[in-house]
Design a protein around this ligand. Structure first.
Ligand code: GAP
Length: 448
């Protein structure tokens, strides 16, 4: 078990590490950037991919009764009419009569413009959060479509297709990972609230009456998932929604919240959507989306429980929770203590120097290892600086090749990121030893 500092990382520290080490960059930076839009760099894209892979494995591959889909971002406009997003997916906004800026009405304390321009705020108006665009050459209301604000609707409109093609029986789930878009009024806190983001959602179809039991099941599952992949229990909590904050489709919702550097924030919402969506789509499309349950010999419209998680928010939480500092000033060591499944690279091969005696052996080791693990070869700068870099991107295992390796013992040094323990092992047993270290780190990371 590693003795960790509690979450005292500032957001600025994370943002600066992300840029320095290639996790996250501001979009279109050379043009001054686009506000609240972000790009994942070389290690960031690996991190986010690992988060999505871990979710897909737990939610789809390891579940006999859940299947995946990969649907389009553009959908028929009637989808958003039926789902209630056209009518309900809006924020109340007020506009300043002087500077013309708009603000969330429910965030304002009085009628004075918060920009202190001397203007006053008008009456609240509803502002729909969906991005609108046009399909095809015509730019008129007949060609208007929306970028999806949630991935969930594709699971409802494909309910019948999935049942007919996969022969799943209720209870079963349909999952999807994909981009969603919301024209948020107040984006911010780095990648926490953005206008373009990725969601990981699963719609679980069940018999009405069993929905509350499944709701509790998926809340616990979600909490355990974050902890399994290394987020410390004390930084996670479940928060049930009050009735007046429930989304328009939900009978009950609970958030998994994480203690971000600025305070508690939502990572995932698990909602009991009842039969709201299937009934609404049945009505508007004219297609009967009820289900005949062969075991119960009756027909019903299934209820739906939905765990809905953000991939970007989760990646940010994994980053924030992994961040640790040891020592002070010039002896300070910054280390990202990722769970090995989440870490961008698993192994780094670091020859002591670029000496030509070391390179062939080090390259051969790297080439073998990289067939199995996401690995990096680095022979630039001093060995100390290279260790620092690997610590800052959270690489669990470093392998050093030195002169003894090639001249004396055919052994390398394997270093554990967290304990800093170094062991000398024969080249033939590198694989087994990498495995041991990864398993050791996974074990204490999952129980933190
Ligand atoms: N289908 C239900 C749904 O979309 P939600 O609570 O609005 O529910 C689910 O969104 C998750 O998507 C959130 O818990 C959050 O992690 C992520 N999310 C939502 N809006 C976001 C935004 N503007 N930026 C980043 N992530 C967002």
């Amino acid at each position: 078990m590693i003795d960790r500092n509690l979450n005292e990382t500032s957001l600025e520290t994370l943002v600066s590490l992300c840029k320095r080490r290639g996790f996250i960059f501001q979009s279109s930076e050379i043009y001054g950037g686009l506000s609240s839009v972000w790009d994942y760099g070389p290690v960031g894209s690996e991190l986010k991919r690992n988060v999505k892979n871990a979710w897909w494995k737990s939610m789809v591959s390891d579940q006999e009764n859940i299947v995946g889909i990969d649907a389009s971002i553009l959908m028929h406009p009637n989808v958003w009419k039926a789902s209630g997003h056209l009518e309900n997916f809006s924020d109340p906004l007020v506009e300043c009569n002087k500077c013309k800026k708009r603000f969330r009405a429910d965030h304002m304390e009085n009628n004075n413009c918060p920009e202190k321009c001397g203007g006053t705020l008008g009456d609240p108006r509803q502002f729909n959060l969906m991005f609108k665009t046009f399909l095809g050459a015509m730019e008129d209301s007949s060609s208007e479509v929306y970028l999806r604000p949630e991935t969930a609707q594709a699971m409802f409109v494909n309910f019948e297709n999935v049942i007919n093609s996969s022969r799943k029986k209720i209870p079963f789930g349909i999952a999807q990972i994909g981009k969603s878009f919301r024209n948020e009024i107040t984006p911010g806190n780095f990648t926490y609230r953005t206008r373009e983001f990725e969601q990981m959602e699963m719609e679980f179809f069940c018999e009405p009456g069993t929905d509350e039991k499944w709701h509790e099941h998926w809340i616990q599952f979600s909490f355990d998932w974050f902890n399994k992949y290394g987020i410390r229990k004390e930084n996670l909590k479940v928060r049930y929604h009050d009735k007046d904050e429930l989304p328009h489709y939900s009978k009950a919702s609970a958030d998994i919240e994480y203690l971000f550097p600025w305070g508690w924030g939502e990572l995932e919402t698990i909602s009991n959507r009842t039969d709201y969506d299937l009934i609404a789509h049945s009505k508007l499309s004219g297609k009967n989306l009820s289900y005949f349950d062969e075991n119960l010999k009756k027909r019903y419209t299934p209820f739906v429980v939905e765990p809905a998680m953000g991939a970007d928010r989760s990646a940010l939480a994994f980053l924030s929770d992994a961040y640790d500092e040891e020592g002070k000033d010039k002896d300070k060591r910054v280390v990202l203590r990722f769970h090995p499944d989440i870490a961008p690279n698993k192994v780094a091969v670091l020859p002591l120097s670029r000496n030509e005696k070391l390179t062939p052996t080090a390259r051969k080791i790297y080439e073998n290892i990289s067939k199995k693990y996401n690995a990096e070869y680095d022979d630039t700068q001093s060995i100390g600086k290279r260790y620092r870099r690997q610590d800052e991107i959270g690489t669990p295992v470093c392998i050093t090749v030195d002169f003894d390796t090639v001249e004396n013992d055919n052994c390398v040094t394997i270093r554990n990121r967290d304990t800093m323990e170094q062991i000398r092992v024969n080249i033939d047993s590198i694989d087994k030893n990498i495995n041991n270290v990864l398993e050791q780190i996974s074990k204490y990371s999952s129980n933190s």
